[in-house]
Design a protein around this ligand. Structure first.
Ligand code: TXA
Ligand code: MG
Length: 314
């Protein structure tokens, strides 16, 4: 049984109690819902992997209440500090050297010497982190490889019966995952495009960040791992639907569903996974998606679309 918790003081206390005894709670963040467990508890972290059906070599992000908690887990370089100052709380994850005394379960980092940390801005996530008091390991709250959840309903569709509770905080404002940034000497490297656009990072850094493939996500050119995928087949950069396809538009055009009629990229990001979940619910077998400009949040949207369209196993 998965309990649905209201985002009030009582719901937060119940959620913190479940987490304290090693249980799993899905929580809203401004990007997508996360599936949270106590980052210091090996069996809780193992349970996260199991509930998602996630291959255990893919490390998790630890969510903390503020930058001072992060400093207890990782070594924050001056460049990382500038990004944290500019974008925390918010949709930015920083990959930094793990402190030996951090106390984080080795299952969180999948054995890496770095840890991905993030300070979410969503008031319910903030509230839970404050009541709980420690770090929460939380991947997106969806079965591995499928579309991330941006409502409590989506979480239930994917994970009901496999986790203890969902804190219902309504729809997520940003709608795509956090931008993940790592560091290579004096260069910042984007490991995953997300809610903080590359252009905004460049402004704070004073240089264009490099782009590197996310650990484990893409192994060779042309081999995009299928990920963030709805049940139906996805065709991208489509100018119109072929017979039998549902057409997802962008900007003013004839279509079945529109990411944003006005061509607004923030609105499109917030609608992307919501539309995919709706198409899953309707059993859409073939989905065509109109082109989205490769700028700002469009980079994260196109990254998710390319992976949704990538060839799938079986
Ligand atoms: O917005 C988000 O980032 C959401 C919310 C819940 O915070 N979380 C999320 O987590 O998208 P997840 O687990 O679905 O994606 C985390 C990504 C993984 O692809 C993983 O490979 C990468 O972060 N990652 C985690 N730790 C890493 C590390 N130490 N080095 C490189 N990549 C890492
Ligand atoms: Mg995910």
């Amino acid at each position: 049984m998965t309990e649905i918790l209201e985002p009030n003081a009582q719901g937060l206390r119940s959620a913190a109690a479940i987490l304290g005894r090693g249980g799993l709670v899905a929580l809203p963040t401004e990007t997508v819902y996360g599936l949270a467990g106590d980052a210091t508890n090996d069996s809780a972290v193992a349970a996260i992997y199991q509930a998602k059906g996630r291959p255990s070599f893919n490390p998790l992000i630890v969510h903390v209440a503020d930058a001072s908690v992060a400093e207890g887990l990782v070594t924050v370089s001056p460049m990382a500090q500038r990004l944290a100052d500019a974008f925390w709380p918010g949709p930015l994850t920083l990959v930094l050297p793990l402190r030996p005394d951090a106390g984080v379960s080795p299952l969180v980092t999948a054995g890496l010497s770095t840890l991905a940390v993030r300070v979410p801005e969503h008031p319910v996530a903030q509230g839970l982190l404050q009541v709980f008091g420690g770090g929460l390991a939380a991947p997106s709250a969806n079965p591995s490889g499928r579309v991330s959840a941006v409502t409590a309903d989506h979480v239930m569709t994917g994970l009901a019966g496999r986790i203890d509770a969902v804190l219902d905080g309504g729809p997520c404002r940003v709608g795509v995952e956090s931008t993940i940034v790592g560091f290579d000497g004096d260069r910042a490297v984007i490991l995953r495009e997300g809610g903080v656009p590359a252009e905004a990072l460049a402004e704070v850094l004073g240089h264009d960040p490099d782009r590197r493939k996310e650990a484990g996500a893409i192994t060779a050119p042309g081999q995009l791992a299928s990920h963030y995928a709805p049940g139906g087949a996805v065709r991208i950069n489509a100018t119109k639907a072929q017979p039998g396809e549902v057409f997802v538009g962008f900007g003013p055009m004839e279509c079945d569903l529109n990411l944003s009629e006005t061509g607004d990229l923030a609105e499109a990001a917030a609608n992307l996974f919501r539309h995919f979940h709706q198409l899953d619910a309707e059993g859409a077998a073939r989905i065509a998606v109109a082109p989205v400009p490769e700028q700002g949040l469009g980079r994260a949207i196109n990254d998710r679309l390319r992976r949704a369209a990538a060839p799938r196993d079986s």
